[in-house]
Ligand binder design. Sequence first.
Ligand SMILES: Cc1cc2nc3c(=O)[nH]c(=O)nc-3n(C[C@H](O)[C@H](O)[C@H](O)COP(=O)(O)OP(=O)(O)OC[C@H]3O[C@@H](n4cnc5c(N)ncnc54)[C@H](O)[C@@H]3O)c2cc1C
Length: 434
Amino acid sequence: MSGTDFDVVVVGAGPAGSAAAIEVARAGRSVCLLERGPSPGSKNMYGGVVYGRILDTLVPAWWEQAPVERWVTRRSTMLISGDQALTVDFRNPGWGEAPHNGATAYRPEFDSWLAGVAVDAGAELVCSTTATGLIREAGQVVGVRTDRPNGDLRASVVVACDGVNSFLAKEAGMYPHDDPSNFTVGVKETIALPRHVIDERFAVRGDEGVDIEILGCTGDVPGGGFVYTNRSTVAVGLVLSLPALAAGGTRPEEILRLLKAHPAIAPLIEGGEVVEYSAHVIPEAGYDMMPELVGDGILVAGDAAAMCLAAGIWLEGVNFAIGSGALAGRTAALAARRGDASAAGLAGYRSSLESSFVLSDHRRLRDAPHLVMSDLAQRVLPAVACGVVEDVFTVTNPTPKPGMRRIVRQRLRRHGVRLRDLFREGLRALRTFG
Ligand SMILES: Cc1cc2nc3c(=O)[nH]c(=O)nc-3n(C[C@H](O)[C@H](O)[C@H](O)COP(=O)(O)OP(=O)(O)OC[C@H]3O[C@@H](n4cnc5c(N)ncnc54)[C@H](O)[C@@H]3O)c2cc1C
């Protein structure tokens, strides 16, 4: 190496950064993985489910070594309206077997494990060190400054995996806009309960776990809720529109209190002790807010590139972070070997993302966050769905049962929805999710 400390510096030892470092190290290039926290994951929070199939190629048989709490074998979508709740509950014991679909895991453990895989591959992990800025020469990024004395690190390529609000990507001029409506804030309580109590309340056994996504539980603030089971804790949380929160003046803790008190949720967590409260910003708008992904000497991956799919029934970011991080690492290693870290030399990153699930899922679902945050999905759908089911299940003898069409029409009218509008939104949803 001439004039560089490392071939590649990766900033941020979250899932994106560790995946990038694994690929660089395995390609035989030198890589420094910088983390501002005292250990990987110590600064990170999320809801709780890792969709691990993306790890199949990176860490074969990862399920034998990853620190998993429970394998998700039940996924539910719950619609809440007032004190009513309508749940679509899917149970698949097959997900309890390898290669598994999703797993609950604690981030400090999961992130430390994945960073450990990078270290085993040859990456140098440096914790308690913050990248404070970019080093540039003739317009090209050639390293990062850190908060350590004499802490400049020079590299052929910098991979920015520094999470949502990536200030490295911003400093590189890769984020064209900074619109608060692109962001939501996630808040979560971790509630301790004995393991056998969780098993009974959620009707699971052994290592089985549950993931519940909730619509209609956030009052006047567009958003959604979630409940996930760990071995001896339950995570209950919310995702809330940032501008609506600021405008409305409602505290997230108050909305969370109401969710926890709801008749469909309260019995699940009754008697539990809150052992942690955490909050984090989410790049909600996904594809529509993505920055430039490639610059001269720099690549952006994971939440730093807004590659998080936060759309109601989906809350996936770890898998997109690993997927994009791995591709960024591969591209950076190749560029370092060829000695061309210009934007043209790194352009393969964009095309590899295009042909992977990362950008194809985000492009296909680019409208999903807007649909899920719409008034129809937030207010009307839960109210009408609960109302229709209430009418169908209520036995009104001696009055004869009303026909389904009449029930639906009455419920729609009660909520001021015209069939024409419902049809139009239904088509939009079909185009997005179909
Ligand atoms: C409430 C909530 C619930 C969620 N639920 C889920 C879920 O259930 N499943 C799922 O898949 N996703 C979920 N997500 C999304 C998921 O957490 C993110 O998409 C994922 O963590 C992104 O990984 P990343 O590596 O890109 O960034 P991060 O995990 O944010 O990691 C970035 C890392 O960079 C470090 N860092 C930042 N700046 C610097 C710097 N200047 N110098 C050095 N280090 C730095 C940070 O300390 C951190 O370790 C959720 C998010 C939230 C907020």
